[in-house]
Design a protein around this ligand. Structure first.
Ligand code: ARG
Length: 460
């Protein structure tokens, strides 16, 4: 017989349709491990404050241990039609295993403070895995950047050729963005590490619950200081989903770049067969589906952020059942991210470069215009005058159907007497990148140092 955690005041049982509508075991069964941990510490606390005997605590802990051993992760969800939620599931199993002592585990607790405590612990564990997974993708990008060596491509703004950059520099840009994402999760992790348990349903408890003990044993830095916020706020879920969304925004940009680099018009990279897909009709096709799925799934994760925000918009205090809907999106984002990062790392590492295509893309020598501009400035010509001069030169070359390289020095001199034959040294990809002086620029020596820095930092 399945027994709910409530029911005394009801004359009739729940309608099957309402069961189907409201039960959450299909989702919250994932919290099994975290909740067993919480309940074990809770039993010790109850015995410490004398609400149960140490014998009862031992029976409860043994019962919880038995549940842990007999239920593999994921198996509890098979009972999603009969059992309301993970809390009810554990209670029922405990009463089977620990007899009457099991009836005391929920003393002073509400599912309102319990579910958020358990979800926090579960999320904390996932964030630790996430950090390692992000670092793994960063490492793969560094490996790929190293493989790219001194290869140069036209850097783009507005998706039009702008200035030569090292392909490695482009890849390291994503290592830097992912570093921001990693530290965002670390910060959020600190902020959310506050124990709600002991807040009861909304008002706190008349029982002398030792919350400091719970916090210490469960690895929380602090205890919450307002029982309403503790039980009814899911701001931290929104923050985590915002973190996931920003991470996916970066992944989608990286993906789009790799899709473009792989496109025939660019042709800079090839993907390994193992991380590409084919077409059921067109035999010649080899497609970058990894990156397309990453680009697409980013939208689903953004949707989860929107959902948690809308869920709490205008929601009155304190707990409302609406809050049960915090978990599907959070869990889904976690799952999607885990597998995405896992497949992305080897997809990146196995990319190969096509130097010929890169060289071809650099043939348009108007990409050296800014180098010519900075050359004139170094010769003492004011910036806007120099800008005008170079603009006219580019226009003139275009009108004559010439590249800058093919324009005789006499033509250059017609635009400014400051030009001499050294201007031709500028019209070269290596000269362009090596001419950069600022920190964070695409100068090859700087990029090399960045690679070394990341190798060092990511080893930890
Ligand atoms: N399943 C709920 C949640 O995830 C917890 C149960 C709270 N139920 C209640 N009637 N107060 O938020």
């Amino acid at each position: 017989m399945n027994k709910a955690l409530w029911g005394g005041r009801f004359k009739k049982g729940m309608h099957p349709l309402l069961k189907e509508f409201s039960y959450s075991l299909l989702v919250d069964h994932e919290l099994l491990g975290a909740e067993l941990e919480v309940s074990s510490v809770y039993a010790r606390m109850l015995s410490k404050i004398g609400l149960i005997t140490s014998k009862e605590a031992a029976q409860i802990m043994a019962g919880l241990e038995k549940i842990k051993k007999s239920w593999k992760p994921g198996d509890a969800c098979r009972h999603f039609q009969e059992i309301e939620d993970i809390h009810t599931f554990i209670q029922q199993e405990l009463e089977k295993n620990a007899g009457s002592a099991g009836k005391k585990i929920h003393t002073g607790r509400s599912r309102n403070d319990l579910v958020v405590t358990t979800t926090l612990i579960y999320t904390r564990g996932k964030l630790a895995q996430l950090e390692t997974a992000i670092a793994a993708v960063q490492k793969s990008l560094v490996i790929l950047a190293k493989k790219a060596g001194d290869l140069i491509i036209p850097g783009m703004t507005h998706l039009r050729k702008a200035q030569p950059i090292l392909a490695a520099h482009h890849l390291l840009a994503y290592v830097e963005m992912l570093e921001g994402d990693r530290s965002r999760f670390q910060d959020a992790g600190k902020r959310m590490n506050v124990l709600p348990l002991g807040s009861a349903a909304l008002a706190g408890s008349a029982l002398p619950l030792d919350r400091k003990f719970l916090a210490k044993e469960l690895g929380f830095d602090r205890i919450s200081s307002n029982s309403l916020a503790a039980t009814a706020d899911r701001g931290w879920v929104a923050e985590i989903l915002a973190g996931y969304s920003i991470l996916w925004m970066h992944l989608s940009r990286l993906s789009e770049d790799m899709i473009l680099w792989n496109n025939e018009a660019f042709g800079y990279i090839d993907l390994d067969d193992e991380f590409s897909t084919g077409s059921s009709l067109m035999p010649q096709k080899k497609n970058p589906d990894v990156f397309e799925l990453l680009r697409g799934r980013a939208g689903v994760v953004f949707g989860q952020l929107q959902a948690i925000l809308t869920l709490q918009k205008g929601l009155p205090l304190a707990y409302n059942r609406d809050l049960q809907e915090d978990k599907p999106g959070l869990f889904d984002a976690m799952r999607k991210t885990q597998i995405a990062l896992a497949v992305l790392a080897p997809t990146l590492e196995t990319i190969t470069f096509n130097p010929k295509a890169m060289k071809k893309a650099l043939e348009d020598d108007s990409i050296y215009s800014t180098d010519v501009l900075e050359y004139l400035i170094q010769k003492g010509i004011p910036f806007s005058t120099a800008h005008e001069i170079v603009g006219k030169i580019v226009r003139h070359a275009q009108d004559c159907g010439l590249g800058l390289k093919d324009m005789p020095l006499s033509d250059w001199k017609n635009f400014s007497s400051a030009f001499d034959k050294t201007v031709f040294h500028l019209l070269d990809p290596s000269a362009s990148v090596s001419g950069k002086k600022t920190e964070g620029s695409t100068h090859p020596a700087r990029v090399k140092r960045e690679i070394l820095k990341w190798e060092r930092n990511l080893k930890k």
